[in-house]
Each structure stands twice: as C-alpha cells, then as structure tokens.
Design a protein around this ligand. Structure first.
Ligand code: IPE
Ligand code: IPE
Ligand code: MG
Length: 279
C-alpha cells in the first residue's frame, strides 16, 4: 500500500480511497474479465478494434496499481477459446496488440519485479505470438513481485480437462493408473494457476452478469464485483473501489460469520430438534 500512496497526492480522490483500504486484508489474487471494448468503440462510431487498442491503457494501470498495493497475483482474461468465433481481422488485431503490449511493457515489468505468466492452450497461438510470449515469460521468470497471469486462448473447462489428462498421463508413466484416486488437491495442483492462491476478488467490467468460462474451478469462493464501466474506461479509481467493496464483504465459506461460532446446540435448539419427527 505504501508504494501506492507514494504515487498519489494527498487530497486526490484515489488518495482517499487508498487510505480507506485496509492493507492487512488485501485480496491476495484479483482476477479480471476485461469486457466491453467493442461497445466502447461502438458508442464512438469506431471499429471494434479501436476499443481493443484503447483497452491497453487500463491493463497497464491495473498491473501497476496491483503491484503498488502489494497484491500477490493478477489474472487478466485477454482471449477466450470461444473468441476464435470472431472475425479474422479482429482476432489478428488482438494478436498484434498482445505483441505490442509485451514489447512496450517488458522493461517496466522488469523494473518493477513483475513476473508474467501465460495461461491457456498456448499451442494454438500463431507461432510468432507464441515465441514472443514465451520470451517475455522467460525474461521475467525470476522476478519475485506481483505475478500477472495473462489468460490467452483460455477456457475454464479446457483447463480442468487438461488437468485431468495430465494426471492420467503421470499415472500411466509411473504405473499407478490402477490405484489412481483423484481428489481436489490433486486437480488444483495440475491447473494452469497451480502456483497462485485462488482469486479472492473477481471483477467483470461492462455489466455482464456471467463468468464466460473463466477460472471455473478457482472462483468457487471468490467475491464477485460487476461494474457497468466498459474496460477502456476502467481506471485506478474503479480498481480501488472494487477492493474497498471487497473488504466490506462477509466471506463465510458456507459457515457462519464471526470467530468462535459455538457448534454445540443450545437447550432451546435441543428441544426444537427433539420436537421434529421426520418419520
Ligand atoms: C473484451 O471486449 C475483449 C475480448 C473479449 C477480447 P469485447 O470485445 O468482448 O467487447 P464487447 O463485449 O463486444 O463490448
Ligand atoms: C469474455 O468476454 C472473454 C474476455 C474478456 C477475453 P466475451 O465478450 O468473450 O464474453 P461473452 O461472449 O459476452 O460471454
Ligand atoms: Mg464482450
């Protein structure tokens, strides 16, 4: 949080928001469905690709803000397996923008100790994109600050299928296939995001109330935050507001709120239970 306050001026709106955030209860992992680029462009009578280009600035801002806040991981949904259904020119522009982003941002990522990872079915990317992505991931692999996962050609279902197939492959190789038992921990350790804690906060821009095949396994207990803001308009203020809202939530994980909830039945409960005769 200190690094964020250093970048702000007292009296600024973001200064007040940053002061209100409790640094001890930051989300360790924030995931963002960056949606609304096409609508942003449409409202300006621009082609959809202009919206994608305008979406690069907010990526930079989100990465910098998370790094300064001290968030451990940020996962950005950049391209879904289903996005191949879009016109060829739009898809081609997205690859070009990704290459542009990597080239532009690599020096800053290095300077700020940020580690870039790519998650998704990366084999299907155009060869040059794959090569440049791998190079950026390699170049930042020993950085120890914020981890940025770029979800590219990503599908939550495909990720679970890939995890199960890798478990089967390992069991075949070490001869344990007959006795193999799959449990939640084993699946979690074979997901693309195995090195990160599950997201605490999932943000979706553009107001859509759906998950669109993003991190299906990992968001089991994430707090959801949907804003009507379109991704190209998403600012540091929006991100700080999302974190503040997250800190107001009561995360119960199926239990009850408050520490030390008494699990033993009280006399009034005992008599009520006794009065209920299901059969
Ligand atoms: C999100 O913006 C970016 C990608 C999916 C690549 P969209 O392109 O989905 O924008 P809308 O939802 O059509 O406005
Ligand atoms: C989700 O947005 C994918 C990304 C943000 C990369 P979409 O725009 O593809 O999702 P739908 O089609 O509205 O569900
Ligand atoms: Mg969309």
């Amino acid at each position: 949080m200190k690094a964020l306050l250093e970048a702000l001026q007292p009296g600024e709106k973001d200064w007040d928001l940053a002061q209100a955030i409790d640094p001890a209860r930051l989300p360790a992992h924030i995931a963002i469905i960056m949606d609304g680029n096409g609508r942003w462009a449409g409202r300006r009578f621009l082609p959809r690709v202009a919206g994608h280009k305008a979406g690069i600035g907010p990526v930079r801002t989100a990465v910098e803000t998370c790094a300064r806040m001290g968030v451990k991981a940020l996962t950005l949904y950049a391209f879904s397996v289903e996005n191949w259904k879009r016109p060829r020119a739009e898809v081609e522009t997205l690859w070009r923008l990704l290459r542009y982003y990597l080239k532009q941002e690599l020096p800053d990522l290095q300077k700020n100790d940020i580690r870039l990872q790519a998650i998704g079915r990366l084999d299907a990317l155009p060869e040059q994109v794959r090569r440049e992505l791998d190079a950026a991931v390699d170049a930042t692999s020993s950085n120890r600050g914020l981890v940025v996962n770029l979800a590219i050609n990503y599908s939550g279902r495909a990720e679970i299928v890939d995890a199960v197939n890798s478990i089967l492959e390992m069991a075949r190789l070490d001869g344990s296939i007959q006795t193999l038992k799959i449990d939640e921990d084993l699946i979690a350790t074979c997901l693309y995001t195995a090195s990160c804690p599950d997201p605490d906060l999932l943000i979706r821009t553009s107001g859509e109330m759906r998950i669109s095949n993003f991190l299906l396994w990992q968001i089991a207990y994430a707090e959801l935050y949907v804003t009507g803001t379109l991704w190209p308009d998403f600012t540091r203020t929006d991100l700080l507001q999302a974190v503040l809202e997250y800190q107001k939530r009561d995360r119960r994980y199926g239990g009850l709120s408050g520490a030390g909830v008494d699990v033993e039945a009280k006399p009034a409960e005992e008599s009520l239970i006794a009065s209920l005769r299901p059969s």
